[in-house]
Design a protein around this ligand. Sequence first.
Ligand code: SF4
Length: 611
Amino acid sequence: MKMKGYTGKILKVDLTTEKSHARPFDEKHARKYLGGQGFAVEIVYHGVPKGADPLGPQNVLAMAGGVFDGFPVGTGGKVAFAAKSPATNTLAESIMGGSIGPELRHAGYDALEIVGKAESPSYLYIENERIEVKDAADLWGKDTRQVPEMLKKRHGWDVKVACIGVAGEKLSKIASIDCDDRQAGRAGLGAVMGSKNLKAIVIRGTNDLVPAEPKKLLGIAFRYQKIYEAAPSFIEDTKYGTGEFLGWINKEKGVFPTRNFQESVFAEREKIDPYYWAPKYVTKNKACFACTKPCGKLFEVKSGKFAGVAIDGIEYETLYSLGGACGNSDVESVARANELCDLLGMDTISAGVTIGFAMELMQRGIITEKDVGFKLTWDNASDAVPRMVEMMGNRRGFGDVLADGVKVAAKKIGKGAERYAVHTKGLEPPAYDVRGMKGHGLAYMTSTRGACHLRAGFYAPELVGKFWKWEGIDRASTANKGFMVSQTENFMCVYDSVGLCKFSRGFYLIAKLPEVIEAITGLTFTEDELLKIGERIHNMKGAFNAREGVTRKDWLLPPRILQDPIPEGPSKGQKISVEEMNTMLDDYMKARGWTMDGVPTPEKLKELDID
Ligand code: SF4
């Protein structure tokens, strides 16, 4: 019997042979991995051989739409990409809000598995059963706005396009994948596409997706839309976007990383805070595909040296990475640097943190103006930051040294640069100074793709002080953090598998998800069963990483977090000591049922039915 809400097929395309094959999956598979991240992780876990070069043909790039993709569930259109990351050598996923996931499902596939390597620059064209690997010679070297425009002219304006920019072609380990001005930014998955000579994925899907209970699903969709609109946060979210909390995190909590984590309060914050810039620069709201509470913004600069900049942004993380982390208080410059990252196809977090790191090196005399070619200094940030982004994306001059992120750059530069490199597992951290948020610091270590705010989302419980069944969470304490982080990681795996935006997780706490999943698929789950799926997905990532030799010794926090206390502001004096780090890690391993080295045990894998 055909499953409802799923297409029941996974499409595998071999770029080397240009052959494709759709394999069916059954209800057992759906119950085990749900969809989205779960499907993508399963494909990479089973498809990538041990020791495979992340930039070699043996790596697998997976893409999967969530369970909600293609159905009228507000903010439920996210798509997951996954592969072995060239930045971290771990199984990394990156979630995006573009239309490509729902379109894949309309084409008849819940997931896509791309293996091999095309002989020359190519793009993948999928139109229902028609699968072709096509020549992309004319697209190579083009940016992420030009590519979809050219492909839509060629194939029709209704096709959906995910593509890479020049940074992905040049195998930058911080390269992203772009679709509809949204990015799967983290962990260098754009370089995996580039390594396969794959410039773009183009999809047209014309099949209907049939939910199990259409009337019930529509009722749920209306109900949640009303809940969204009645929430006090709705107006703030739609007016100021993800940057709405910048002032609070900076001034009241004092955990806004500034000048490469040398400070945690950005004194010039008002210049980059959307409460101040939104009225001047935002010309309209923008949303991810199928979102009914748009937090995205069209930010336009009409005059001055950055006139002509028009971007979907600026997101909170980017205000930090290309703003505060680089000491850059010129919001127009941040917007230009954001635009260059998007066009060249580079993750804004990784790019900005890497530039901020290099700026500190110049401050300390480890690199000089002669090495870089210009003043990469805090007082020259407005000009220097966009200029360096452009050089990194094109691997020009000193940009080539920085193009693979902080960890690689520190190694290339030497001279003690590693002391100032802030990352875990090779991934640059997002916009929270974890010296003042110990549990979130643990989450940076345990995140399977390296320092990440979204693998556990633990910044929210620690900043607000409560989440789910927990009250009185103290961000300065290590107590119980191992257990809580392990649980929130399981939560997040579930959200990323149904395809729900994490901006909506407060509305859909885990107990609310079963009725939506049932209306779409007809499958019933309890809250505990969903969390078990989340646990399974996280364990698969952990087991993959352990197999690749990435264990506890590689998870540790960098010297800046362990040795330099926050110098000023509301979190003054805070840091995570080595002892606290080890206590939290021990607690986490126990909560997970893993060895103290961070390896999932055979018993745990058996319990979760992972082969
Ligand atoms: S709330 Fe914002 S990030 Fe989430 S789906 Fe909507 S536009 Fe995208």
